[in-house]
Write a protein that binds this ligand. Structure first.
Ligand code: ADP
Ligand code: MG
Length: 254
C-alpha cells in the first residue's frame, strides 16, 4: 500500500476536494483505496453521507489501537473504503502529552493493513496537530494542494517547514509535491503564484493545475457516481497520472 498525505496548514485550499477526486480517479482505475478522514470537521465523512453525530467508529478508535479492517466503512463508491472522522478526535491532543508513541499510531495501523488496499489517502486538518504529525510520519509522500493565490503561499511555506521538521524524525525521506488548485488562468496573480511555486528546492510542482470548476464545489456529488464530469475532474485525472509517474523511490519499494 502507498500512503499519500494531502495536507496544507491553510484551510479552503482544496485538500478535501483533492482527496476525494484523487481517490475517485484511483478507484475508477480499479485500485483499492482507503480514505482516512483526519479532519475533525469531517468533510469527507459527511460527503459520503456517514453521520458525524452520533459518530460511527473511525479515526478516534484507530488511535486506541483498533485495526483498520474493523473501522473501515464501505463508502458506497466502488473500491473506496472510509475511516470516518469524529468530533472526539479533538481530545487526542491532550492525550498525546501523556501517551508516548501516539505520533506513530496511524503508521502502525496502516502497516498492519498493508495488503488490504493499494492506496491510503489521508485528508488532513489545517492545523499543526497530532493528527497532521501522524499523517506526515505515516505517508510515503506529501501532496500539498495550494490555491494559486499569493495569500496561500504562507500556508504552503508553513507546511513545507513542518514537513522538514517531521522528516528529521523519520527513518526515510519525505517526498513533497505541490498540487496547484483553484487556478484561474485569466488572472495575472494566478500565473505569478504558479511560477513562484517552482522556487522551492526539491519540491515537485504538478504541471496540471486544477482549474476553478463549479462542478467540483459539491462534495456530496463528488462522493457519488452522479458527479458531472468536466474540466476539473479531467485535470485531476492528469494530476493523478503525473503523481503515479513521479513516484518517489521509497514508494516504489513499498
Ligand atoms: P480544504 O479541505 O483545504 O479546506 P476544500 O476542498 O474543502 O478545502 O475546498 C474549499 C472550498 O472550495 C469548497 O467549497 C470546495 O467545494 C471549493 N473548491 C475546491 N476546489 C475547487 C475547484 N477546483 N473549483 C471550484 N471550487 C473548488
Ligand atoms: Mg478539508
Amino acid at each position: 500500500m502507498r500512503t499519500w498525505a494531502i495536507a496544507n496548514q491553510k484551510g479552503g485550499v482544496g485538500k478535501t476536494t483533492s482527496s476525494l477526486c484523487l481517490a475517485r480517479c484511483l478507484a475508477d482505475q480499479g485500485r483499492r483505496v482507503l480514505l482516512v478522514d483526519l479532519d475533525p470537521h469531517g468533510s469527507i465523512t459527511r460527503a459520503f453521507g456517514v453521520p458525524v453525530e452520533p459518530p460511527p467508529q473511525g479515526t478516534h478508535e484507530l488511535f486506541n489501537g483498533e485495526p483498520i479492517d474493523k473501522l473501515a466503512h464501505h463508502s458506497g463508491y466502488p473500491h473506496i473504503d472510509l475511516i470516518a472522522a469524529q468530533p472526539a478526535m479533538a481530545t487526542l491532543e491532550r492525550r498525546s502529552a501523556t501517551q508516548p508513541g501516539l505520533g506513530l499510531a496511524l503508521r502502525r495501523a496502516l502497516l498492519d493493513a498493508d495488503d488490504q488496499y493499494d492506496y491510503a489517502l489521508l485528508d488532513c486538518p489545517p492545523t499543526l496537530s497530532l493528527l497532521l504529525v501522524n499523517a506526515l510520519a505515516a505517508c510515503d509522500r506529501l501532496i500539498v494542494p495550494t490555491q494559486a493565490d499569493p495569500l496561500a503561499l504562507h500556508g504552503l511555506e508553513g507546511m513545507l517547514r513542518t514537513a522538514a521538521m517531521v522528516e528529521r524524525s523519520r527513518s526515510r525521506p519525505l517526498a513533497r509535491q505541490i498540487l496547484p488548485t483553484l487556478f484561474d488562468r485569466r488572472t495575472r496573480t494566478g500565473q505569478q503564484t504558479l511560477e513562484h511555486m517552482h522556487t522551492y528546492p526539491g519540491v515537485g510542482v504538478c504541471p496540471f493545475p486544477i482549474p476553478v470548476d463549479t462542478r467540483l464545489r459539491d462534495a456530496m456529488s463528488l462522493a457519488s457516481r452522479e458527479h458531472l464530469y468536466g474540466r476539473g475532474m479531467i485535470a485531476y485525472e492528469h494530476a493523478l497520472q503525473w503523481l503515479l509517474d513521479t513516484a518517489p523511490s521509497e514508494e516504489e519499494a513499498a
